[in-house]
Write a protein that binds this ligand. Structure first.
Ligand SMILES: C[S@@+](CC[C@H](N)C(=O)[O-])C[C@H]1O[C@@H](n2cnc3c(N)ncnc32)[C@H](O)[C@@H]1O
Ligand code: SF4
Length: 385
């Protein structure tokens, strides 16, 4: 185990509210027209943290991620109270990474100093695009100027920050995307998340797409956009360390690495997922998604967990493969064998190596190559079979 892979334990906290629903988004986010009772949520978060810590005691928290929804709608005092509750029930590493997802509006940027004082040390901004017509098309509430101003405030307030962009948008060409990316890299400094637009079932974009009113790039264009992403980011010192995440060395998001490396994390708040080792078994947990129903469950039972599955050996090993191969560092095949009770089929490894989709490093780690990433799902399915 390398230094960066020391026993990590993450805590994910979900804030499920947004000012409006973006037409592409199927995350657990809700719009409420009445004011949110943040004190009631704080009490419920604290109770669920207490209950979860009793199930998974003695861990040292190495990362906390406040995600959403739009956590930057929370008052800084609410964030501070949630972080305090985590510190009351678990030991927290002195170098803990505490990330908050923020929407880049001017109102939200005014709270950055308060978040920093509350203990947040990294923000991830949902910039999505750097031109106003694309932002409008994506249904965003901010302009490109406002987003860049929020990035500038983030830079002053936090040592570490990142921002998200969505690409493979309607009518986007590789040349346009390359220019946008170069500007993004100048502004982003150390970390960028670059997601290919996915048309999610049940969203307004899904209906528009099905009706032929929203044209997304075809496979060849999507591939060209992906290739430009890798070229421009690598040339500017932000290579991919995960299929959609780019960072300068050492600036990777430690919390997300917990997921991809198959380590343990607690899921707190409505619709949060967790992976906890209890009594020697890996549990996959999920809480009630609806915010008000989650509140009532926590108030009655001390937690909002509605799914608590013990993963069997195959499920655990498949998840390890699926998540780990997203990372450029790949996986340790011996760990896969220890989890599943059988080695990955050497004939399948040989074929995929021959095709150039995977590589085996000198230290034995197995990883997907640049050529293999665009067909990652097929590679994983092949190795897991
Ligand atoms: C759950 S959102 C939360 C961030 C924050 N609320 C915001 O919108 O700025 C996390 C990220 O997922 C990405 N995302 C959400 N839906 C997506 C989709 N359908 N296709 C691609 N990326 C998506 C966006 O880049 C977004 O910033
Ligand atoms: S993309 Fe962000 S702001 Fe938009 S609905 Fe989803 S979580 Fe909310």
């Amino acid at each position: 185990m390398t230094g960066s892979e020391r026993e990590a334990f993450g805590v994910y906290v979900h804030w499920p509210f947004c000012l409006s629903k973006c037409p592409y988004c199927d995350f657990n986010s809700h719009v409420r027209h009445a004011a949110i009772d943040e004190d009631r949520f704080v009490r419920a978060f604290a109770r669920e943290i207490e209950t979860t810590a009793a199930r998974a005691p003695g861990r040292e928290v190495t990362s906390i991620f406040l995600g959403g929804g739009t956590p930057s709608l929370m008052q800084p005092a609410t964030v501070g109270a949630v972080l305090d509750a985590i510190g009351q029930h678990w030991r927290v590493a002195s170098d803990v990474e505490v990330t908050l997802e923020a929407n880049p509006t001017s109102v939200e940027a005014t709270r950055f100093a308060g978040y920093r004082a509350a203990g947040v040390n990294r923000v991830s901004l949902g910039v999505q695009a750097l031109n106003d017509s694309s932002l409008k098309e994506l249904g965003r509430l901010h302009s490109a100027r406002e987003a860049l101003d929020a990035v500038a405030i983030a830079r002053k307030s936090f040592d570490r920050y990142s921002f998200d962009l969505i690409y493979a948008r309607p009518d986007q060409t590789p040349a346009m995307w390359a220019d946008e990316l170069k500007l993004a890299i100048e502004e982003a400094a150390e970390h960028l998340s670059l997601y290919q637009l996915t048309i999610e079932e049940g969203t307004p974009f899904f209906g528009l797409h099905a009706a032929g009113k929203l044209k997304t790039p075809d496979e060849a264009m999507a591939r060209a956009l992906y290739d430009v992403t890798q070229e421009v980011c690598s040339a500017h010192g932000l290579p991919a360390y995960e299929i959609s995440n780019h960072a300068r060395q050492g600036a990777e998001c430690r919390h997300n690495l917990v997921y991809w490396r198959g380590q343990e994390y607690a899921g707190i708040g409505p619709g949060a997922h967790g992976r906890l080792d209890v009594g020697g078994a890996r549990h996959a947990t999920a809480t009630e998604k609806r915010p008000e129903a989650w509140l009532m469950r926590v108030e009655a039972n001390g937690h909002g967990v509605v799914i608590d599955d013990v993963l069997n050996r195959d499920e655990r090993a498949d998840e390890f493969l699926l998540m780990g191969l997203r990372l450029k560092e790949g996986i340790d095949p011996e760990r896969y064998a220890a989890l599943s009770g059988r080695a990955i089929d050497p004939r399948r490894i040989a074929v995929l190596r021959e095709e150039g989709a995977i590589a085996v490093d000198a230290d034995g780690r197995l990883r997907v190559t640049q050529a293999g990433f665009p067909v990652l799902d097929a590679v994983v399915a092949d190795l897991a079979a």
